[in-house]
Ligand binder design. Structure first.
Ligand SMILES: *Cc1c(COP(=O)(O)O)cnc(C)c1O
Length: 371
């Protein structure tokens, strides 16, 4: 599993995490479905601790993130893994509108007294600072799902260093090729790798990365005890998807920007929320900490809930479905989910823009908007 550290990220994504180039060796690690291994090897004894396939995916992801990656059975499993590092009653500062699953889980842990969770407006650095006193963890998500609020990651890191807190960033919307929280000083970068890392809507998987080798080793040994190793097929699919992350992101992001711009002048659109538009209130902050704007575009459509649901039901190319980051474009009205906060407008539609031809995507979305 060699790769040269001087290579660019695009090259690393393709070359790392492969068997050595020796005669007869496979080019990819096979999907490893054995739960147990012949005795005598210190690295591989029982599958819950991981396998060669796990290590291959972690090598590639770690290299792209600038640290050591640890992979999990889902994105939400990584949230549990991070809070499991904290002592009982620890204070956690978190966004008031993060990915709803994260908010639900943190609120559950707060309700049973496991944590004290302080929810803040995450795009307001003063609010983050005001809540940070005594905190053990600042949990950021930037941009947030689906309100596209942009945290000031560097400012949060500075505050955390002063109060002695860890900083973890949910980096799912940007992917490892558009934002590097570890390079900005965060302790942990987190991904729902179910989304753009895997990229084909066919694998549930998550990852944490850190520059701290001891922390990575601790996460890995706890993962063994939590039983949250991703399955062999998911691991394989995720690594296969990761090989093309750069080119998928380039295409999907270019499509997303074009669609966001066209939506801005559509009569049925009240507002477009996309970090790639200069009209976004934190466009400059975002671009100072990221290398692009990703492929999730949200907009608020005019009309009643039924009108907006009809838009989602009227597309033929776009799939009316939740989740994001696949090669295929999807859309949904976020408030159809009970856990979605009231801050999300009833008419907000989240687009996950894929890699189809942008003119086909626009034609279909435009006919649905006009239906
Ligand atoms: C989907 C998602 C998660 C949860 O990940 P799963 O893989 O579904 O468990 C967390 N954060 C964000 C931003 C997401 O989009």
């Amino acid at each position: 599993m060699t790769h040269e550290t001087s290579w660019h990220s695009e090259t690393t994504a393709v070359t790392a995490g492969r068997p050595p180039h020796v005669p007869g060796a496979p080019v990819n690690y096979p999907i490893g479905v054995s739960t147990t291994f012949s005795a005598g090897d210190s690295a591989h004894a029982y599958i819950r601790e991981g396998s060669t396939g796990t290590e291959a995916l972690e090598q590639v992801l770690g290299a792209l993130e600038g640290g050591h990656a640890v992979v999990y059975s889902s994105g939400i499993a990584t949230v549990n893994a991070v809070v499991d590092l904290l002592p009982g009653g620890a204070i956690v500062v978190a966004p008031n509108h993060a990915y709803p699953g994260t908010n639900v889980r943190l609120r559950e842990l707060h309700a049973v007294g496991r944590l004290v969770v302080r929810e803040v407006q995450i795009d307001d650095p003063a609010a983050v600072e005001a809540a940070a006193d005594g905190a053990a963890l600042l949990w950021l998500e930037s941009p947030t799902n689906p309100l596209m609020e942009v945290a000031d990651i560097r400012a949060a890191v500075a505050v955390a260093q002063r109060v002695g807190a860890l900083v973890a960033v949910d980096n799912t919307f940007m992917s490892p090729v558009r934002q590097s929280p570890l390079a900005l000083g965060a302790d942990i970068s987190m991904h729902s790798a179910t989304k753009s890392i895997s990229g084909h809507s066919d694998a549930l998987i998550g990852s944490l990365s850190t520059r701290d080798a001891d922390l990575a080793a601790k996460l890995r040994s706890r993962r063994t005890m939590q039983g949250t190793l991703p399955g062999a097929l998911e691991t394989f699919l995720s690594l296969r998807g990761l090989r093309t992350l750069h080119i998928r992101t380039d295409r999907a992001e270019a499509n997303a920007l074009e669609i966001a711009q066209r939506l801005e002048s559509h009569p049925r659109v009240e507002k477009v929320l996309y970090v790639g538009l200069e009209s976004h209130p934190h466009y400059e902050r975002h671009m100072s900490q990221a290398d692009g704007s990703g492929a999730v575009v949200c907009f608020v459509a005019s009309g009643s809930v039924e009108d907006v649901e009809r838009i989602c039901a009227s597309t033929r190319l776009w799939t009316h479905a939740t989740s994001l980051g696949g090669v295929e474009s999807t859309l949904e009205r976020r408030r159809r989910w009970p856990a979605e906060p009231d801050a999300t407008p009833e008419g907000l539609i989240r687009l996950s823009v894929g890699i189809e031809h942008v003119d086909d995507l626009w034609a279909d979305l435009n006919q649905a908007l006009n239906a």
